[in-house]
Design a protein around this ligand. Structure first.
Ligand code: PRX
Length: 653
């Protein structure tokens, strides 16, 4: 192996957990990298000074008065500073060569592509911002965006940011009921949607789902903007709600490409994004402007070693935090070229990703372990057909990645020349918190390495002591960071209770982790009742509450089970009101019911019907025992159980 080109894998000491394998980037990569080791020392020496330097890379209408105001858990970063997120993503790139540089390359499932330069994107965003204004949307109003992975979704987000409206993107795979719940919680004034989305050659009627949500409540919504997928065809038909619905393409024709960006306070809300917690109700995570933009721009550039000519592709959906931070705000603030793909990895064939990489000469690929595990399973023949030599850096996010999958990604996708950034972070953290910096840090397959410069995390015991290396504990963040969430929309108490009530002034992530003797962090997974299926977060209680709405169900419990490809799969246990009900029918009905209630991605892998569920003496369902059953393990400790015989009769569908 040519070490110069291929990178260096050194097995220092054998270890059953694979914790001793370290890897460094090739000398050529290292020589070309923008940052050097001193960045860690710089940030440690003066953390706040470091973040000020990073913030100064953005465009501020007025500089901040104070870098940090920390009154745990309430925080203000760059207080007194004035800026606009959309201005930072667009206007400041308009002078010089970047104005004609592709900002977004859209690739449709059918192979059509469309490129918008920074200048063109700026024009479209200004028009959309003027459209929102013309419909009465003003600073602070909430706009729900229920759209697929198309350019107009990015335009809509930036248009909101431009006028100071707060966007709330709802992932396009959610059901009408989930959409309604979010529209109502955030009290949206306007909803943006499309007539349809496309996946695996099928049309998904998004307007229909939105219509169903709107007809079930959503009193706050005054107007609905509909983006048509085929703008050359007929404008919105008469079936639409006249007076409420607006045809995006028709209306945009009238709009000016001039729309000054609203001057926003650093702490003004930029967006709300819902995620699952441990209770049944999703949490509206609030992110503000100055700290968030500083955090995502810094990490996007620093972690992936972004270069001016990179073609950067993040495969996440724009409806999740990864899409917000690393498709839209981080990359565009850095003037990057972003690839946006609407479609599945296996349509029309299983080499779709590799075809796209070769076609657009993608140089940075940021994807999820579930996808990589799927590609590994499909086999090498799909990769081998395509030229992947444009790739320089690889990233992963959303779930722990197993060392052998990491090595497969490194070897076969990255050709042993691309550093891998296993990035650990959350909707709540807004930005990457732990990750190697490409080419700078050593890597260990399966570990997300260490905190990025300027971030302080610790693994704590229940009583708050720092765990010694090698011992599992709770992953916490011990100092505030710029892109941290500010609260849960409309529910400060829940914010304090969920994240800050365990150890004073310390943020609890909900994850378990351990540090090894070299200081590398290993994520164990959630320690609460949050289930992570293919990187999608579910609260066990959210699924259970949904099931309880089904007339046949008396009691319900939901657990996650280890899954070879998805990381975890949903397994549900129910007892029925009518013990004689036809079980197969009920089971298939329940699967469908969950799809309708939450979304297609909530379809359970396994459904068990039982006569009773294991409970503590106080009547609480013991999910731990159900998890043992789902995993096929011997049942754990049953001493606190009311009736340990209950699970003897299980009917599985
Ligand atoms: O459990 C961790 C897991 O995903 C959770 C956050 O989910 P969400 O807010 O949906 O954001 C996902 C994308 C940022 C975390 O609490 N997680 C995320 N990244 C990793 C991870 N687990 C292990 N390794 C990672 N790199």
């Amino acid at each position: 192996m040519n070490k110069e080109k291929q990178g260096v894998l050194s097995l220092t000491e054998s270890d059953s957990k694979g914790e001793s394998r370290t890897l460094t980037a090739s000398p050529a990569f290292i020589a070309d990298r923008a940052l050097d080791d001193s960045v860690y020392a710089r940030a440690t020496r003066d953390r706040l000074g470091y973040w000020e330097e990073q913030a100064a890379q953005l465009h501020w209408f007025k500089k901040w008065d104070r870098v940090l105001d920390w009154n745990p858990p309430w925080v203000r970063w760059f207080d007194g500073g004035k800026l606009n997120a959309s201005y930072n993503c667009l206007d400041r790139h308009l002078e010089g060569e970047r104005s004609t540089k592709p900002a977004v390359i859209f690739e449709a499932e059918n192979g059509d592509s469309r490129t918008l330069t920074y200048e063109q994107l700026h024009g479209e965003v200004c028009k959309a911002a003027n459209l929102l204004k013309s419909l009465g949307v003003t600073k602070g109003d909430r706009v729900v965006i229920f759209m697929p992975m198309i350019v107009e979704t990015v335009i809509s987000m930036l248009a909101c940011a431009r006028i100071g409206a707060v966007h709330c993107v709802v992932f396009g795979g959610f059901s009408a009921e989930a959409l309604r719940e979010r529209i109502e919680d955030v009290e949206a004034k306007l909803v943006m949607t499309t007539d349809d989305g496309q996946r695996r050659g099928k049309i998904i009627n998004m307007k229909g789902i939105a219509e169903e949500a709107l007809s079930a409540g959503c009193e706050s919504v005054e107007r609905v903007i509909v983006v048509r997928r085929q703008p050359d065809k007929e404008p919105l038909g008469e079936t639409s709600n006249q007076g409420r619905d607006v045809d995006y393409h028709e209306a945009m024709k009238e709009m000016s490409t001039n729309c000054p960006a609203e001057v926003m306070d650093a702490e003004d809300m930029l967006f709300v994004l819902y995620t699952s917690g441990t209770t049944g109700k999703p949490k509206g995570v609030v992110h503000t402007t100055g700290g968030y933009m500083t955090g995502v721009a810094t990490t996007h550039k620093g972690v992936f070693d972004l270069k001016e000519n990179d073609i950067y592709w993040c495969t996440a959906d724009v409806g999740w935090i990864t899409g917000h931070s690393y498709i839209v705000y981080g990359p565009l603030a850095n003037g990057a070229t972003v690839l946006l793909y609407e479609g599945a990895p296996d349509y029309p064939a299983k080499d779709r990703y590799w075809e796209i990489i070769a076609k657009h000469k993608v140089s940075i690929l940021y994807t999820a372990p579930t996808a990589i595990r799927t590609f590994k399973k499909w086999g090498l023949s799909y990769l081998e057909k395509h030229d992947l030599s444009s790739l320089r850096v690889l990233g992963t996010v959303g779930e722990p990645i197993n060392p052998e999958v990491w090595l497969w990604y490194y070897k076969f996708v990255g050709g042993e020349r691309c550093p891998i950034c296993d990035t650990w972070w959350q909707t709540e953290t807004g930005m990457i918190m732990l990750s190697p910096l490409a080419g700078l840090s050593e890597m260990k397959p399966g570990s997300c390495s260490a905190p990025i410069p300027g971030v302080k995390v610790s693994v704590l015991s229940r009583s708050g002591e720092v765990m010694e290396w090698g011992h599992n504990g709770y992953l916490t963040v011990s100092e505030p960071w710029p892109a941290m969430m500010r609260t849960i929309y409309g529910n400060d108490n829940r914010y304090v209770k969920s994240y800050w009530s365990h150890w004073p002034g310390i943020y609890f992530t909900g994850d378990g982790a351990r540090r090894d003797k070299d200081g590398f962090f290993w994520i164990i997974g959630r320690v609460d009742d949050v289930i992570n299926v293919s990187g999608h977060r579910f609260s066990a209680m959210e699924v259970e509450n949904a099931l309880l709405e089904h007339p046949a169900v008396a009691e319900a419990a939901c657990v996650g089970k280890t899954h070879e490809v998805k990381g975890q799969a949903l397994v549900i246990f129910v007892t029925l009101r009518d013990k004689n009900a036809p079980k197969d029918e009920v089971i298939s009905d329940l699967r469908q019911f969950l799809v309708g209630r939450i979304g297609a991605f909530a379809r359970p892998d396994e459904v068990y019907v039982t006569n009773d569920l294991p409970k503590t003496r106080s009547g609480k369902i013991i999910r731990r025992l159900l998890k043992d059953i789902a995993e096929g393990r011997a049942m754990g400790d049953t001493t606190t159980m009311e009736s340990s015989h209950v699970l003897k009769e299980l009917y599985k569908g």
